[in-house]
Design a protein around this ligand. Structure first.
Ligand code: HEC
Ligand code: HEC
Ligand code: HEC
Ligand code: HEC
Ligand code: HEC
Length: 308
């Protein structure tokens, strides 16, 4: 794909259109994870948001899940068959796409469902979109506040650096927000065309020349994700798309990468080369796995939670 098209695909996939519309017509959607970051740090979730994850409701009965006729047989369905998922599956393409993107994202793997981010009534379809049940629709500021409430440590990291802006004071589209880098429905399951480097380059045109250490960390992270995506695709119907034995090492490099990238500060050459060496080693392990083990470890068939 020629570069502009790739960039376009990335933007579409990662929900930037809203930001673009707002760049032309300033609007109130681009607002504060700032607000949530004012809450005390330390992994506490004042709203108890995390506590509600995974609670099944009486109607979450997979027997009633109907798939649209264009649904591909190999495509996974979200684990929790909430009323949101069930109705959106057959509500028409634009309303179904979020379900498809969400399936096997990190949040789906955690047993979350649509209402954990959007709010809404899980028990009564007629009230599913009522504000009275906490429904926030697509209001980006409310969503960013939600990300920050469940990920307060990362929100604090962002807040400590130059990418932070208190959106409650003034709208500012100069800075990237959580979903620019992470996506929204497909968190940790980015589309093949996605590259973090493309996101940075939107604003830092000479990233590599001006901040070589930062650029090298971003590039190495993109290389890792290229391989991770292949592993996820191969094992998409498995309980763990990325095999357990890699989790520890991956969590380690991700945490360090996050600590360096979230504050958007200086990265020393030594920090970068140490991290990049670790990332490269894990990438090689994953490549090795793809080449030798993955064929033997075929996806488990007929997963009960997979609605077929
Ligand atoms: C009975 C079917 C049905 C159920 C149940 C349902 N939705 Fe929807 N949803 C729709 C339809 C149809 C639309 C588009 C029209 C509209 O906005 O009402 C929509 C729109 C949306 C939108 C976009 C709204 C906007 O402002 O653009 C979001 C977000 C959403 N639903 C989330 C949810 C969540 C979360 C749940 C579960 C709590 C849920 N839906 C339950 C059918 C449903
Ligand atoms: C991790 C949080 C999160 C989860 C979980 C989530 N959404 Fe969303 N969703 C968002 C955000 C953020 C936006 C707004 C993005 C923007 O403004 O660019 C959004 C936007 C939407 C939209 C508007 C169209 C679009 O794709 O941008 C619909 C419809 C929607 N979500 C439905 C759902 C449904 C159905 C589910 C469950 C399968 C779901 N969402 C799960 C965060 C989430
Ligand atoms: C209701 C709570 C909740 C909300 C809201 C939420 N998340 Fe998460 N998220 C989780 C949980 C639980 C995990 C699993 C790992 C963990 O505990 O951090 C997770 C994992 C992640 C991860 C991967 C972390 C890792 O170590 O692998 C990223 C990235 C992420 N979320 C980003 C987001 C973004 C961006 C938003 C907003 C659009 C968001 N989350 C909204 C609960 C939430
Ligand atoms: C400028 C890009 C960027 C922005 C903005 C950003 N992140 Fe990240 N984030 C990263 C990178 C890069 C990583 C590390 C690599 C990975 O996990 O893929 C990361 C890692 C994470 C992780 C997992 C790492 C860990 O510490 O365990 C979570 C959770 C997360 N981010 C949440 C958020 C939330 C919430 C926001 C908004 C407050 C946010 N991020 C804003 C780039 C960004
Ligand atoms: C939406 C625009 C935007 C995006 C996307 C963006 N940045 Fe930034 N970045 C900024 C702005 C604005 C500043 C503050 C510049 C200033 O203070 O003059 C900044 C500052 C920085 C700085 C500090 C530079 C210095 O001289 O101290 C680093 C490092 C940085 N960004 C890294 C990144 C990385 C890495 C990415 C991609 C993961 C990224 N940025 C994505 C807008 C962006």
């Amino acid at each position: 794909m020629p570069r502009p098209l790739v960039a376009f695909a990335v933007l579409v996939a990662f929900g930037l259109p809203a930001a673009f519309v707002c760049a032309v017509v300033p609007c109130a959607v681009r607002s504060p994870y700032a607000v949530a970051a004012e809450n005390p740090p330390g992994g506490k979730t004042p709203s108890g948001k995390k506590a509600s994850i995974g609670h099944l409701h009486a109607n979450d009965d997979e027997a009633h899940v109907k798939l649209p006729n264009w649904w591909k047989p190999g495509d996974p369905v979200p684990h929790v068959k909430s009323n949101c998922v069930r109705c959106h599956l057959t509500a028409g393409r634009e309303l179904t796409a979020p379900v498809q993107d969400f399936a096997r994202s990190v949040h789906d793997l955690q047993g979350m469902t649509c209402s954990d981010c959007h709010g809404g009534n899980r028990d009564k379809d007629a009230d599913a979109h009522e504000e009275e049940f906490g429904f926030i629709g697509t209001k980006l500021s409310a969503h960013l506040k939600g990300c920050a409430e469940c990920h307060s440590e990362q929100a604090e990291q962002v807040k400590s650096g130059p990418h932070y802006w208190d959106f409650s004071k003034k709208i500012n589209l100069k800075y990237p927000v959580c979903i620019d880098c992470h996506g929204h429905h497909d968190v940790e399951k980015p589309p093949a065309e996605f590259a973090l480097q493309t996101v940075c380059s939107e604003c830092h045109v000479h990233l590599e020349k001006e901040m070589p250490a930062v650029a090298s960390v971003v590039a190495e992270n993109d290389r890792l994700w290229t391989v991770l995506r292949k592993v996820q695709d191969k094992n998409v119907l498995n309980e763990q798309p990325v095999p357990e034995r890699f989790h520890h090492d991956l969590a380690h490099v991700r945490e360090i990468t996050a600590r360096l990238i979230h504050p958007a500060g200086k990265i020393t050459a030594a920090e970068a080369s140490q991290l990049n060496a670790d990332v490269t080693r894990i990438r090689k392990d994953l490549e090795n796995y793809l080449e030798h083990d993955a064929a033997a470890a075929a996806p488990s068939k007929g997963r009960k939670t997979n609605a077929r």
